[in-house]
Design a protein around this ligand. Structure first.
Ligand SMILES: [Cu+2]
Length: 152
C-alpha cells in the first residue's frame, strides 16, 4: 500500500515536472526560449513589456533584433540604463546578444521587449502570440501569457 502511494506520488511529481518544463519551452535552432510573459496594463495604456529567458546552446552568438505582434504597432528590444540619477530605457540598435553557450533573461526592471502603441489592453490570463526575430536563427512565433512580472 505504501509503495503504491509513493509510486503515484512519483508519477504526479514527474507529470508536474514535464508540464512545467516542456510545455513552455520553444526551440529555434540552437536557441531555447522559456518563461515568456507580458506585463498586464490598465485600459488604453500605450505600451507594455515582454519578458523571457533565452538560452543559446550553439557555438556562435545570436542576436534578438525585434519582433511583431497583432496587438501593438511595433516591437522593440530595450535595455534599462542609468543616465545620471535617472533610470532610462533605450532601444538596442544592434539587438540583444545571446552569447554562445550563454543565457539572457529579459525581466521587469531590466532588459525587455517593448510593445509600442498597444491596440488593446493586456489582461491577466490572456495569451498572445509574439513573433520574435533573431539575426541568425530567423523567426519564431511563441505564445506569451499576460501575468504579473515575477521577481527573478
Ligand atoms: Cu522599453
Amino acid at each position: 500500500m505504501k509503495l503504491i502511494q509513493i509510486t503515484s506520488l512519483a508519477i504526479v511529481i514527474a507529470l508536474t515536472f514535464v508540464s512545467g518544463v516542456f510545455s513552455q519551452e520553444t526551440r529555434l535552432g540552437d536557441l531555447i526560449i522559456q518563461h515568456t510573459s507580458i506585463r498586464p496594463t490598465p485600459p488604453r495604456a500605450p505600451v507594455s513589456g515582454g519578458y523571457m529567458t533565452i538560452k543559446n546552446t550553439g557555438p556562435t552568438s545570436d542576436w534578438l533584433i525585434g519582433g511583431s505582434v497583432s496587438f501593438a504597432k511595433k516591437v522593440e528590444v530595450h535595455e534599462m540604463k542609468m543616465d545620471g540619477d535617472i533610470m532610462k530605457m533605450r532601444r538596442l540598435p544592434d539587438g540583444l546578444e545571446i552569447p554562445a553557450g550563454g543565457e539572457v533573461t529579459l525581466k521587469s526592471g531590466g532588459l525587455h521587449i517593448m510593445f509600442m502603441k498597444l491596440k488593446e489592453q493586456m489582461k491577466i490570463g490572456d495569451k498572445h502570440m509574439v513573433k520574435l526575430m533573431f539575426k541568425n536563427s530567423g523567426e519564431v512565433e511563441i505564445e506569451f501569457d499576460v501575468k504579473k512580472p515575477m521577481a527573478h
